[in-house]
Ligand binder design. Structure first.
Ligand SMILES: Cc1cc2nc3c(=O)[nH]c(=O)nc-3n(C[C@H](O)[C@H](O)[C@H](O)COP(=O)(O)OP(=O)(O)OC[C@H]3O[C@@H](n4cnc5c(N)ncnc54)[C@H](O)[C@@H]3O)c2cc1C
Length: 382
């Protein structure tokens, strides 16, 4: 996919915002274990970043997915994977189905303020009983008059303690597991929504991750996205956008890992010369750079499919898998060249190493990606 001067201009505007508005604060936010989502999203919303790929009718920029990929990559320049991920949840995880399938009233009420950064969203799919097997989730939404009454719980919810709304996947009937679910917008201030804890994590520390209980939570049926029973299918489509975001964000983070390692090894001297003067260091970094380009190329092939209106499942799945595997290697091998400083929490590469581990788990673990691909190859059940 060829990027145009417009893409590069967009990239520069994101980079300038990250450097001026975000990076000066990330160390404090990492230490606090949370970042001010409303403040950051309002700032991103004013610049149009939160609605880059969303319809102009609701305040978006109406750009295609290639601009979303540039945004995801440039958010990798944020020196906190958790802050980037929180923005990614807003742009590419909890709003794509709403934009694609939500009617005008629902989009006006929830999508427009999400694009403007006035409301913070979260996506509620995973549960304590399991995240990989989405079809087996237990949370239910039962019709009662004009409402749904929601009971159950969600686990690992990014932005969960600060969110104004949740794009929730729940069972709305007892039918077959792929046809009994719906996506419902749940206002988080509704009676019965309880944020029971904020989870302590090894990485993504500035991102708040919550466990949330829903106890007889009453929500109008008008808050359902699209058709009842289509939630699983909508979520699988939404996952393709999430996985491309994850892959391209990983590309941005890997570029930063290599750049900061080049800077560090250029200054650090051992045996009378800069570390980077050793050919083994140069070759290793050149090899990692090549691997990053291969992930980027694969993810951009997936983007091409989305832009062309074709099913991107196969390539998006491969890109997510490759990104998860590659970022772990890049982070680990770069960290090695930082010596003891790489082991210290204070160094940039250490935070990258801790944050990077999530890519192979969140949004579907590597094994789930392999399961999807094996199924598409007709290998399951052989
Ligand atoms: C920091 C963080 C943020 C998150 N944010 C969100 C969010 O905002 N919203 C949301 O809904 N979820 C979120 N998640 C949840 C995430 O998507 C799940 O953790 C992930 O899908 C895995 O689910 P699980 O943790 O329940 O693992 P399980 O489903 O219990 O699986 C455990 C492991 O088993 C392996 N495995 C699973 N299935 C198979 C198989 N068929 N064959 C072989 N091995 C297999 C995988 O290695 C997997 O990691 C987040 C998670 C984290 C850690």
């Amino acid at each position: 996919m060829l990027l145009t001067p417009e893409h590069e201009e967009f990239r520069r505007s994101i980079r300038a915002w990250v450097e001026a508005e975000i990076n000066p604060h990330v160390d404090a936010w990492e230490a606090a274990g949370i970042f001010p989502a409303h403040q950051v999203f309002a700032s991103a919303g004013r610049l149009g970043f939160l609605g880059a790929t969303k319809p102009e009718a609701y305040g978006g920029l109406g750009l295609d997915e290639s601009f979303g990929a540039v945004l995801a990559e440039e958010l990798g320049a944020i020196r906190s994977g958790g802050v980037a991920m929180a923005i990614g949840v807003q742009t590419d995880m909890c709003t794509p189905a709403l934009a694609a399938e939500g009617g005008p009233a629902l989009c006006e009420e929830w999508l427009r303020p999400a694009i403007e950064g006035r409301l913070v969203g979260c996506i509620g799919v995973s549960e304590a009983g399991g995240g990989s097997d989405v079809a087996a989730l237990r949370t239910s939404a039962v019709r009662d008059g004009a409402d749904y009454v929601i009971d159950g719980s969600k686990m690992w919810i990014t932005n969960g303690t600060q969110a104004d709304f949740c794009c929730l996947l729940a069972n709305t009937s007892d039918g077959p597991v792929h046809r009994n679910k719906s996506l419902i917008i749940v206002p988080m201030k509704t009676k019965g929504v309880q944020i029971t804890r904020k989870i302590d994590k090894m990485g993504m520390c500035a991102s708040d991750t919550a466990e949330i209980f829903f106890d007889a939570v009453r929500v109008p049926q008008a808050n359902r996205i699209g058709e009842e029973g289509m939630g699983f299918i909508y979520q699988m489509r939404q996952f393709q956008i999430e996985r491309i975001w994850g892959a391209m964000n990983a590309v941005g983070i890997m570029r930063r890992a290599i750049a900061c390692t080049i800077a560090y090894t250029s200054e650090r001297r051992t045996f009378g010369r800069p570390l980077i003067a050793n050919q083994v260091v140069q070759f290793r970094l050149a090899e990692l750079e090549t691997e990053v380009e291969s992930v980027s190329a694969l993810a951009m092939r997936a983007v091409e499919e989305v832009v062309a209106g074709r099913d991107a499942t196969r390539l998006a799945t491969m890109a997510k898998l490759r990104a998860g595997r590659t970022i772990r290697r890049v982070a680990d091998e770069c960290l090695q060249f930082w010596g003891g400083l790489g082991f210290a929490s204070e160094s940039e590469i250490n935070r990258i190493y801790r944050d990077a581990r999530l890519v192979s788990i969140g949004g579907g673990a590597d094994e789930v990606m392999l399961q999807i691909l094996a199924k598409m190859m007709g290998l399951l059940g052989r």
